[in-house]
Design a protein around this ligand. Structure first.
Ligand SMILES: Cc1cc2nc3c(=O)[nH]c(=O)nc-3n(C[C@H](O)[C@H](O)[C@H](O)COP(=O)(O)O)c2cc1C
Length: 206
């Protein structure tokens, strides 16, 4: 069975959507899996042709302003216009966000469900993961353990549904970590990044 994974993070280099795709791929490795990073790649007609042969499309992307990043939206509109997928093609999503609660991803998930109806495809399942920016700091902790326990469990569940092309309830998870601590750590991470890019803390509020 062919599975296409779309990395919808606009970040060049490493990104959290990519980390989640890597783990998911390791769980469904008996299938043929193509991964496309749409921020780097302008997909060729041949790649779109390949995509049409997929039994499942998996979109992994970050939450941007409570919704779908704009370049992913453009990509979805292109896919929808192509009108070439079998209506039984399953759609799955993994959305990660910066705030602690994975539930924050519910609007983006609804947007994907609406797109799925518009494109005439079959909805599978979504996983919404909170505190995605924690993932680069947890590289040495396997999914399913410690702060990655809930995330690992949710990705395992969606992997099982993808493998059997089943639908499932949408899952929204937050890390197994104190929320107040993440709030402090998250603020520090964004401030450090701002500084690296020549911005002051106050500039972030603009
Ligand atoms: C322009 C922009 C908008 C964002 N909007 C939200 C948001 O509305 N809610 C949220 O929790 N995180 C938001 N984030 C944080 C990202 O969702 C978060 O950093 C995510 O982990 C990035 O994933 P990626 O590495 O796969 O791109 C935003 C980040 C950017 C750059």
């Amino acid at each position: 069975m062919k599975i296409t994974m779309i990395n919808g993070s606009p970040k060049p280099g490493e990104n959290n959507s990519g980390t989640l795709i890597k783990y998911l791929t390791s769980l469904i490795n008996e299938n043929e899996t193509d991964v496309y990073n749409i921020s780097k790649l302008k997909l060729s007609d041949m790649q779109f042709e390949e995509m049409k042969k997929s039994s499942a499309l998996v979109f992994a992307f970050p939450l941007y302003v409570d919704g779908i990043p704009s370049h992913l939206l453009r990509f979805l509109m292109r896919l929808e216009r192509m009108d070439v997928f079998d209506k039984n093609t399953m759609v799955y999503c993994i959305v990660n966000n910066g705030f602690f609660e994975g539930k924050q991803n519910h609007i983006a998930v609804s947007q994907m469900k609406n797109w799925c109806i518009a494109a005439g495809l079959t909805w599978g399942q979504a996983v919404g993961i909170g505190a995605g920016e924690m993932l680069p700091f947890l590289k040495n902790i396997p999914f399913g353990y410690g702060p990655n326990k809930n995330t690992g469990k949710a990705i395992n569940e969606i992997a099982n549904n993808i493998k059997t092309l089943k639908s499932g309830d949408d899952l929204f998870v937050s890390p197994n970590w104190p929320r107040f601590l993440w709030k402090m750590q998250g603020t520090r991470i964004w401030n450090m990044r701002a500084k690296k890019n020549g911005l002051r803390e106050t500039d972030l509020y603009n």
